[in-house]
Design a protein around this ligand. Sequence first.
Ligand code: SF4
Ligand code: SF4
Length: 431
Amino acid sequence: MNRDESSGPPADIVDEVFDAAWEAEARRTVAEVGFDPGLAVRVARDALRVARGDLSPAQFHETYHAAYMRAFGMDLRPSGEEDASQPETSQDLVEFRITVPESPAGADLPGDDDGTPALVSRRTAVKAAGAGAAALLLAQMAGAWLPGAAADGGAHGGHQAAPPPADQSTKASGKRQMGMVIDLEKCDGCLFCVNACRQAYSLTDGVHWIYVFAYKEPDSPDVHLLPRLCNHCSNAPCVKVCPTTARHRRSDGLVLTDYDVCIGCRYCQVACPYGVNYFQWGDPKKNGGGYTGERRDARGRSVVGDPPRGVMGKCTFCPLRQDSHHEQGTTNCALACPHDVLHYGDLNDPQSEPNLYLERRRQELGGRLRTFRLLEDLGTKPNVIYIGAPPSKKAKEVPGPVAYEDWGLVHRRRDALEGPEPWFRRLAGGK
Ligand code: SF4
Ligand code: SF4
């Protein structure tokens, strides 16, 4: 058998979600950054088969190992039965309050020191890597993730992570699973959440880590609204395909991208069935955004804010808030929502805000609470729970009640950036 070929059994739902139109778009997406599109397509489909339990993680790893070594000079994908969450926070809850950066526009872009665009320098570093260079890169990455080790800053320079306070070690090892409950019956499409996120993280024009879809069902004049963001999946295909483990799952369930480590191959983008990843094409400073990677989480890792050029970004569930005594269990979007729609917290804690809200609504509705998670049948275990009815496959996107332009926002990323919005098409039928 050709070891680079898919070894998973046919799984209709995988082929349905990752269909021919998806494949064409996925190939284009990866070809644009100079990596192997055929490998990306195969590995994305099989990552979903792993998520569904149709293919074992060990088989998945073995099947593509040689191809990853050829394509990237490395293969740091998770190889066990479970995607191991990356090491516990090295410095659990820390005492600070969140501040929005004052003026990111003046900051220098990482990777630009020598005049070389980050996109080019990252790609070159990997694709040109011989065994020695690749080994050095791997060693840097592995060292950055040892508990309590110095996070060396990878491509962007040094940073020393503080050692864990001894009296906080049990908190650090707690089994939190941060997640969100979104009450669709209360959303009025005001876009406060969208704007708050963009402001907090200085996001580039056209990038909406939380995005409110407005849609209609056939034969009904009603406009429905659905805020969409990264689901921080417990069984995330994006994590399974990342060659560098830049895309990783933190011990509290946040799925994050380490901007120091990401090489911009876009494999995570095509493997995610939810369309929530935003590749940073250009200079964020020139597109309304700003690199905010100088802010690091409690492990010392660069996972916060608008990414630098050539790096993947998406909703982060506000890691600095989760690292803070004062702000844990909050996100910028949930705090900004004036209509009690977004409820964020630890889904494993029965007393957390989202669980208490679910119970409250269940009682209000006489026990007839309807909930769903997006594309739940895929086995990705999304950690965003919606209250209300899911869109049907015949739903069509329509303009919302509040225009993105009213907030000074660019409505569609295609208008400002590039790329498809396949998520809604897959979920709600073609458009
Ligand atoms: S929704 Fe988020 S965690 Fe889930 S696959 Fe997509 S990017 Fe990964
Ligand atoms: S996080 Fe970066 S390195 Fe990992 S798959 Fe995504 S683009 Fe590639």
